[in-house]
Write a protein that binds this ligand. Structure first.
Ligand code: HEC
Ligand code: HEC
Ligand code: HEC
Ligand code: HEC
Ligand code: HEC
Length: 358
């Protein structure tokens, strides 16, 4: 009798493996619908403990975006967790052994505060449903115009999904089930991390303890001028709200180059003199020419992660060379303890590129 059950189990495993390989990189296959959906938001006359308590939710899911994406990453979780209810281990840069945050960081600190920063608001994007409205910035992104509404995960007031559509689920509908074996930015599902229009290479575990060989490969472009805009880069995503810091308002003075007025992004380090400090990237954080997850650089070609760089359209400075998108324990969502160096930390990612300034 138990033998029969084992045979059945065997075939279920074989069939689901086949299913997985047939649709190689397609999203969510072979997982029971019921682990994510509820048809009536009711079972045995009540709701299940594993469901969110403020439903029913749109698209008949069992929780909202934050609910499903709350947890502790351990390297084998199949849902990326971007909010943890107990303090995550960020280490110094969110990349070392023992850390358990992902590429975007974690919203823990903007909700609970951090030992490094007195004002919790500074440590992350104040997303609705998680954090209060930013007491200093309100709903206005520095370098941009007031959104008139608190930040949301997705849609018109958020980063993910279609930013022309209002509502987290409305803006994302279908994305979780979309085949994303090709990331071309044409739909939400086929965009880098459901950021509509943005492209890039997606690391399979969302940069859980990344290294030079295992990481996202961010899209950047080697721009010719401040107004030269490519809408598929990760810096352009940020610029959709923080535009002045990327294009259009005094990034460079006259020509596109040093001396700068604001830190350049979507600018390739190939434009620096061959003997300059930049050519030693990543300085003390790796051997020369190695990709650094401490201060990542973007590239025009994002077909695969690069372990080394050649200073030719693959050493592009991006907003997230210095910041993370969700949150970090540090001021202004910086990747490392910029304000703590050199007294409280020896790690200052600025030195990955400014190698002669350490
Ligand atoms: C791992 C979680 C997960 C599983 C398993 C899952 N879904 Fe979904 N599904 C979602 C989420 C999240 C959404 C809403 C956001 C979106 O559409 O991206 C969704 C949206 C949908 C939608 C509306 C959008 C669309 O694509 O038309 C349908 C229909 C749907 N799911 C059906 C199913 C069915 C049927 C199954 C089982 C065969 C299933 N889902 C399994 C997470 C899941
Ligand atoms: C029912 C649970 C559930 C809900 C609700 C849900 N997600 Fe997800 N989400 C998942 C799972 C599971 C994955 C991993 C699936 C995968 O990447 O194959 C995922 C993956 C993602 C990813 C990463 C995609 C990638 O390219 O790796 C993003 C971004 C995301 N979700 C955003 C959202 C947003 C925004 C919402 C709210 C509109 C939302 N999710 C609602 C379960 C959920
Ligand atoms: C949908 C609009 C939007 C997008 C896209 C966006 N931001 Fe923001 N950002 C805001 C708003 C609004 C604030 C101010 C309120 C807050 O911090 O929540 C802000 C604040 C910030 C701050 C200051 C944090 C603080 O509180 O002092 C940084 C740093 C930042 N954003 C970086 C980024 C980066 C990097 C990206 C791209 C990965 C990005 N933002 C994308 C809207 C956006
Ligand atoms: C990913 C590489 C990278 C990182 C990380 C980085 N920079 Fe830069 N930085 C550059 C490049 C490239 C330039 C432009 C150099 C040029 O055009 O000659 C630049 C320009 C500058 C300039 C203006 C120089 C000028 O000639 O006008 C300053 C100041 C500066 N960076 C400071 C910093 C600080 C402080 C940090 C850390 C918060 C930092 N940078 C992090 C690559 C980087
Ligand atoms: C070279 C590292 C670096 C890069 C690249 C970078 N930032 Fe920053 N950012 C910083 C630092 C450091 C601060 C702290 C304030 C300062 O030094 O001006 C900061 C502050 C901010 C703030 C808060 C400003 C305020 O008024 O409180 C926002 C918003 C921001 N950055 C967004 C961006 C966006 C968007 C991009 C890309 C277009 C970007 N940053 C690129 C290092 C960087």
């Amino acid at each position: 009798m138990f033998g029969d059950i084992n045979v059945v189990k065997f075939w279920i495993i074989v069939l689901s493996l086949l299913l997985f390989s047939a649709v190689a990189k397609a999203k969510i296959v072979g997982i029971p619908c019921a682990s994510c959906h509820t048809m009536h938001y009711s079972q045995n006359g009540t709701i299940l403990q594993e469901w969110g308590s403020s439903g029913p939710y749109k698209a008949l899911v069992i929780n909202d975006c934050i609910g499903c994406h709350t947890g502790t990453n351990n390297g084998s979780n199949t849902t990326p967790y971007i909010f943890s209810s107990s303090a995550p281990n960020y280490g110094e840069t969110g990349t070392e052994a023992g850390t358990n945050t992902l590429a975007g960081g974690n919203f823990y600190w903007v909700v609970n505060g951090s030992s490094w920063v007195t004002d919790a608001d500074r440590t992350g994007h104040n997303v609705e449903g998680l954090a209060n409205v930013d007491q200093t910035l309100g709903t206005t992104p520095p370098g941009g115009t007031d959104l008139g509404h608190q930040l949301t995960c997705a849609g018109k007031y958020g980063c993910h999904g279609d930013r022309n559509i209002e509502g987290d689920f409305e803006a994302l509908l279908g994305a979780h089930h979309a085949d994303d074996s090709v990331i071309d930015g044409s739909t939400v599902g086929k965009s880098y991390r459901f950021l509509k229009g943005i492209v890039g290479y997606e690391d399979s575990d969302w940069e859980y303890q990344p290294d030079a060989f295992h990481h996202n490969q961010y899209k950047g472009v080697d721009r010719a001028s401040e107004t030269d805009i490519n809408t598929s880069t990760i810096s352009y995503l940020c610029a959709e709200c923080h535009g002045d810091f990327h294009n259009g308002d005094d990034v460079s003075f006259g020509s596109w180059g040093s001396p700068w007025l604001r830190h350049p992004t979507d600018y390739d380090m190939s434009h620096t003199p061959s003997g300059s400090e930049y050519r030693q990237y990543p300085g003390q954080y790796g051997s020369t020419g190695q990709y650094s997850v401490i201060a990542p650089v973007a590239s025009e070609d994002v077909s695969q992660p690069k372990s080394t760089v050649s200073f030719s359209k693959d050493t592009i400075v991006t907003c997230i060379s210095c910041h993370r998108a969700h949150g970090t324990p540090y001021k202004y969502i910086l990747r490392w303890n910029y304000y703590g160096w050199p007294v409280q930390t020896s790690v200052n990612g600025c030195n990955a590129c400014h190698t002669a300034k350490d």
